[in-house]
Design a protein around this ligand. Structure first.
Ligand code: NCD
Ligand code: ZN
Ligand code: ZN
Length: 429
């Protein structure tokens, strides 16, 4: 295996620049190692070295919607975005509710080799919320499923959710809930508030999310189980999480980059590129989410990367599918909302984009310290560079980015997976 010398990067953006020799898939030497003959040199002057990012929430659309994304194109987007592991949601067609599908996704990820692709298993058969899927079979399959979610749908039946939580403890896996009380969101189009009311969109109330998060925290506590909450979007959910964590509930939560930066102000555009589930909320929600991510009530950032075909987006708002791309813009949106604002330093970014997600999912070789002997799952970031987002130039097949034409700070200059360069200067490999 080839050796790589990373020259002059600052670990976590702290202290003096160091040289890092990567060999045999690990950080072999840190300080000023001599460059072995024939080794590749990455000039990283002025750059920040971080552990590779881990995304607990990605939609790769394979099988079923390969016209919008595949494991291959999604893996490329992930590597270019600085990710070394992603969790691929189960709402594919057919649904990933059995060992055959999760093993397919897992094997494709391995063959492509750009990022560790961990399939998420469905909690219920066909995401229908009626009957538990074979969680144990998926967990013990070759794919080794460690996270289960009906994402796209809420596990709304409290009895099914309770059973899922009980089984998850026995299996040592985590259930990730898309928290949305479906009775409260029938026909919902946008965040329930003054803006939606003015434009005539039916409202998607904050209480639909908060009531399920509260219920699930109570269920998890009684079951002695661990719970993960997907895409937290309201200030009220932060209050519920804070209460649950204070009393020792084993709950973790993620926030998406778009809920940190964007608000329902976007509704005025009438452009369905801004339609997403949960919806873009009010400015004070976004503000509260940024604060909660900084102080740890919300544990981590997850992209909810959701590619959609033009015909499912370039149509009237009500008919459009919810969801937006996220893998290649996540770091820059976090840099803009959290780093440039002084809410997080780069060590904090490592925590919310790599260490915490790796812990939540139980990945032993991701989110590790930048120390000798540790696996070389790494990302190099130029913190001072800026770039302009262009949907068609992203690696995804779909181009539904809400950041089109925006100038964003921080550029991923290289990603390494077990000591191999998977992305460099905006190109794969
Ligand atoms: N986030 C979205 O708006 N859409 C997701 C489903 C989901 O995450 O709920 C999708 O699969 O497109
Ligand atoms: Zn969801
Ligand atoms: Zn999702």
């Amino acid at each position: 295996m080839s050796e790589i010398l990373i020259k002059g990067a600052r670990r976590y953006g702290e202290g003096d620049p160091v040289d890092v020799l990567v060999a045999d898939g690990v950080l072999a030497e840190i300080g000023s190692p001599a460059a072995p003959e024939g080794c590749e040199v990455l000039d990283a002057a002025g750059q920040v070295l971080l552990p590779g990012f881990v995304d607990l929430h990605t939609h790769l659309r394979e099988p079923g919607r390969e016209d919008t994304e595949t494991v291959e194109t999604g893996s490329a987007a992930a590597a270019l975005g600085g990710y070394t592991a992603v969790f691929a949601m189960a709402n594919t067609d057919p649904v990933a509710d059995n060992a055959v599908i999760v093993e397919h996704v897992w094997r494709r990820g391995r063959e492509i080799g750009l990022v560790d692709v961990h399939p998420v298993g469905a909690v219920t058969v066909g995401l229908r919320g009626e009957r538990l899927a074979e969680l144990g079979t998926m967990a013990r399959s070759e794919a080794g499923v460690r996270m289960f979610s009906d994402d796209g749908h809420c596990v709304a039946d409290p009895l099914i959710m309770r059973r899922a939580l009980e089984y998850s403890t026995a299996l040592g896996v985590v259930v990730a809930q898309h928290a949305e009380e479906p009775r409260l969101t029938v026909g919902a189009q946008a965040h329930e508030g003054a803006r939606a009311a003015r434009l005539g969109y039916s409202g998607w109330p904050a209480s639909a999310e908060e009531s399920i998060v509260a219920r699930d925290c109570i269920l998890a506590r009684h079951a002695g189980a661990r719970l993960h909450v997907c895409h937290v979007s309201t200030a009220g959910t932060v209050d519920v999480l804070s209460w649950a964590k204070d009393r020792g509930t084993r709950v973790s939560a993620e926030v998406t980059p778009h809920h940190l930066l964007l608000t329902d102000e976007r509704l005025a555009t009438y452009d369905p590129v801004n339609k997403v589930n949960p919806p873009l909320r009010a400015e004070d929600d976004a503000e509260r989410l940024r604060q909660a991510l900084a102080d740890g009530v919300v544990d981590c950032v997850a992209t909810d990367h959701a590619p959609h075909a033009p015909q499912d987006k370039d149509c009237e708002w009500a008919a459009a599918r919810p969801g937006m791309l996220g893998l290649q813009t996540a770091l820059s949106v976090v840099a803009r909302t959290m780093v440039r604002t002084g809410l997080l330093d780069w060590r904090g970014v490592a925590r919310v984009m790599s260490e915490r997600p790796a812990e939540i999912a139980g990945l032993p070789d991701q989110g590790r310290p930048l120390a000798e002997g540790e696996p070389a799952n790494l990302v190099l970031v130029d913190p001072d560079a800026e770039w302009t987002v262009r949907g068609p130039e992203l690696a995804s097949i779909a181009a539904n980015t809400p950041y089109e034409g925006m100038r964003l700070p921080a550029v991923v200059t290289a990603t390494l997976l077990r000591g191999r360069i998977t992305a460099r200067e905006g190109k794969i490999g």
